[in-house]
Design a protein around this ligand. Structure first.
Ligand SMILES: [Fe+2]
Length: 384
């Protein structure tokens, strides 16, 4: 077990750096909006996580790389002390990118040394959490890099191989029978605490699409006045799109009489056959209303998921992010990982093209605020 974890640790550390490889040095430090962290910050923060929760805890005489870094690169762990506030991450031109890469090497080497001398179960468990945490940041890095480059006037390319694929299967609706179903992770392998607590739910019979909504369907919604018909929107969503002048998914531009979007190849004409992407929950809901359909609950999604191919985009569900029955928070900082976010957020299920391999499962509960578009999000509908 510990050998596998060590191997995976080494791979994951390299993969994060591979995501950043196509960047220029100027791309590393900017924070165009509060939600988009600088790539340099992700590189350092995912490293700090191992330093704080593994090395400082378990390695005798461990010397931190820099006394400043816990303050600079702690994200939201109140148990781990004061920190630079989220909107100020982009103000840090120091440490330099070079120093952050040196920090990564120092911590990676220290974890390898710790593993070789003392791979207890406790250490292995913490390193496994750190690996999964870093994989989450790999995906966030892709979102943030897209936002940084997609808001440049020149729409530069990024050679990262995160391209959507067409869902070629013929569209049909899968019928799921009424019944009592088991939800949640059985803990036979790694999962996050928010997936634990297998429990039963009763589901009405429902019919769910085997495909995500495509750009072609989404343009029909736009052309039919979807963004100007308040009857389709939640009050909060309607206000939000007015206040922020939102008339299309993120990265979409109507130029030369045609919809174009930024993808990692630059600015291109929207491919009608691909799944619609960069849609907020507000938009997903309005679209479903327009179609006379609805979003699945996260339980419906989990029960139906064996029937469809997933992994293109995270899919909005109609479920608020709430603890499962019997959910318990860990003590201390790790208890801050998931539990404290269980209010005012919506669950997304599935995985996206930016999700690292082996970091997805059909019990995985992702969660974001209803207004956000920058994640790799899409939608699948259920008949009413
Ligand atoms: Fe984090």
């Amino acid at each position: 077990m510990s050998k596998e974890i060590l191997k995976k640790f080494i791979e994951i550390r390299k993969q994060t750096e591979a995501v950043c490889k196509p960047l220029e040095i100027e791309d590393y430090s900017v924070q165009p909006i509060a939600d988009v962290s600088p790539p340099k910050w992700h590189l350092a923060h995912s490293t700090w996580f191992f330093e704080q929760f593994v090395l400082s805890e378990f390695k005798d005489d461990y010397q931190v790389f820099s006394e400043d870094f816990a303050y600079l690169f702690n994200s939201y762990y109140n148990n781990a002390g004061e920190r630079v506030l989220r909107p100020n991450r982009g103000l840090m031109t120091r440490p330099t990118v070079k120093e952050v890469y040196e920090y990564r090497t120092y911590v990676t080497d220290s974890i390898i040394a710790l593993f070789k001398e003392n791979a207890t179960n406790e250490i292995t468990t913490m390193v496994e959490i750190g690996i999964n945490h870093e994989q989450q940041h790999q995906e966030l890095l892709v979102y943030d890099i897209k936002y940084i480059l997609g808001n440049q006037p020149t729409f530069p390319k990024y050679d990262g191989n995160f391209i959507l694929s067409e869902e070629k299967q013929e569209k049909k609706y899968i019928s799921i029978a009424e019944g009592i179903y088991e939800i949640g992770h059985k803990k036979e392998s790694f999962c996050f605490d928010n997936e634990l607590g297998v429990h039963k739910v009763y589901l009405q019979p429902f019919e769910i699409s085997n495909k995500l909504i495509t750009n072609k369907e989404y343009i029909e919604f736009i052309n039919d006045g979807g963004y100007s018909n308040f009857n389709l929107w939640h009050a909060e969503g309607w206000s939000y799109i007015q206040d922020n002048n939102i008339k299309a998914p993120l990265y979409w531009h109507f130029t030369d009489g045609v919809w174009k979007y930024y993808n990692f190849n630059g600015l291109e004409v929207v491919n009608l056959n691909l799944p619609a992407m960069h849609i907020s929950y507000y938009e997903a809901f309005a679209f479903a209303e327009w179609k006379g359909m609805r979003l699945p609950t996260e339980f419906e999604w989990e029960v139906a998921s064996d029937h469809f191919k997933w992994g293109n985009l995270w899919e909005w569900t109609a479920s608020a992010y709430q603890p499962y029955p019997n959910f318990t928070k860990a003590d201390g900082a790790l208890g801050e990982y998931n539990g404290k976010f269980m209010v005012n957020l919506q669950v997304l299920r599935g995985a996206s093209i930016a999700t690292p391999q082996d970091h997805s499962r059909n019990t995985y509960r992702n969660f974001f605020h209803t207004s956000l578009q920058w994640m790799f999000s899409g939608l699948r509908l259920v008949k009413k």
